[in-house]
Ligand binder design. Structure first.
Ligand code: GN1
Ligand code: MG
Length: 367
């Protein structure tokens, strides 16, 4: 096996002799391996197998990633930054084709990037890491605000609320699991329907031309950043979902996961609550780097974005529950329903904080 993997690495423009290989990290989607080279002065590498079930079009994914990393690299160079290989991911071209950044071996997709040593990832969401995340994801969007190429949508309609509601309506009509009639489902559906029109506001504003799509990360989690030993953010990682979206995706989804006082599948609905301290820290960080390019409409709708993502995940989890639990792994029959209900309770808690969120954002803008 190791020999086969080392041969894959050798198909890329690596410097030095790949000598050993071992798994690193705990990513659930892709397989990630650290490749050490024999020479002390040669860099080490990361070899990654891309999950082509989640990402059916790996060509598109790689095209986006290369456009994004090259654009950020040029920005950092123009700003006179040093140590750039630690501040943006560096993917290696293949030996066979300098324009290609992945190889296909026996139906599996592989890519290689430079290993960033002495970097740290954080799992804990606290005010400090949330502020750092806000800053980093805001800066990421800012650097990509003027990217000259149009990126591809690597998961079609990923954060399209109208599409997610349509999916839910279709599964209700087909009712393959016979779960639609459950009282708990009917109760949740009433709440979903009552908010459906409001929650599709982003799509409407997009069609009216008042809300732009920008390059977004679309998986803004605290563990998708690398820090150096001094706790400074080096770069944003995990770029597979980078695609054009409303900026609400990056802002709202971080708070959906980070500012819930409990895990997204916690069954104790009374414990589900919006953590305003995390909201404030993340918002402060995000606005410090993103306000330079955000429009008035985008800023005014940040509180809407905070509500949109719990609502969207409520709809997606319920859709999966009614479909027979095919998308998310479930450990018990009600697991997806619990997730959906948890997200709905998070939304209820957020709705209580609306005026407070607006006031906080206005205060930041005046600061
Ligand atoms: C999925 O598997 P993970 O945690 O990277 C989903 C996200 C959801 C999340 C909720 C490609 O992400 O959109 O927010 O579950 N990613 C995809 O747990 O569907
Ligand atoms: Mg990750």
């Amino acid at each position: 096996m190791e020999q086969k993997l080392l041969e894959i690495v050798s198909q890329f423009e690596v410097v030095g002799t790949p000598a050993s290989i071992q798994p690193v990290g705990d990513g659930l989607i892709n397989d990630t391996l650290l490749v050490k080279t024999a020479e002390a002065d040669a860099p080490d590498y990361i070899l990654q197998r891309v999950n082509h079930v989640v990402f059916p079009d790996v060509e598109k994914v790689m095209k986006n990633i290369i456009a994004v990393t090259h654009h950020i690299r040029r920005k950092l160079e123009a700003a006179g930054e040093t140590d750039i290989d630690r501040k943006v991911l560096h993917f290696l071209p293949t030996k066979a084709d300098a324009e290609r950044y992945h190889v296909v071996v026996e139906g599996e997709y592989w890519r290689v990037m430079l290993y960033i040593d002495n970097a740290i990832t954080k799992e804990a969401v606290n005010p400090a890491s949330s502020r750092a995340a806000g800053e980093a994801f805001g800066r990421f969007q800012a650097m990509l605000a003027d990217i000259p190429v149009k990126l591809e949508e690597t998961i079609e309609n990923f954060h399209n609320m109208e599409f997610r509601l349509q999916q839910l309506r279709e599964v209700i009509a087909a009712d393959p699991t016979g779960r639609v009639g459950e009282e708990q489902v009917q109760n949740l559906l009433r709440e979903i329907n009552a908010r459906a029109e409001y929650m599709c506001k982003a799509e409407r504003m997009g069609r009216e031309g008042v809300l732009p799509k920008r390059v977004c990360h679309c998986d803004t989690k605290v563990n998708n950043m690398l820090f150096d030993a001094d706790d400074k953010v080096l770069c944003v990682i995990d770029l597979d979902t980078v695609m054009p979206n409303f900026i609400f995706s990056d802002y709202g989804d971080f708070l959906r996961s980070g500012a819930n006082k409990v895990a997204e599948d916690c069954p104790d609905m009374d414990a589900v609550a919006f953590n305003t301290e995390i909201f404030e820290a993340f918002t402060e960080g995000y606005l410090s780097t993103a306000r330079q390019f955000l429009t008035k409409v985008e800023i005014e709708n940040l509180p809407y974005a905070v509500k949109l993502f719990p609502y969207m995940l409520c709809v997606r989890f319920l859709w999966d529950y009614l479909s027979g639990d095919k998308y998310w792994k479930c450990h018990y029959r009600e697991h997806n329903f619990v997730r959906a209900n948890n997200q709905f309770h998070l939304l209820l808690s957020i709705e209580q904080h609306e005026a407070e969120m607006e006031a906080f954002i206005q205060k930041q803008l005046k600061a």
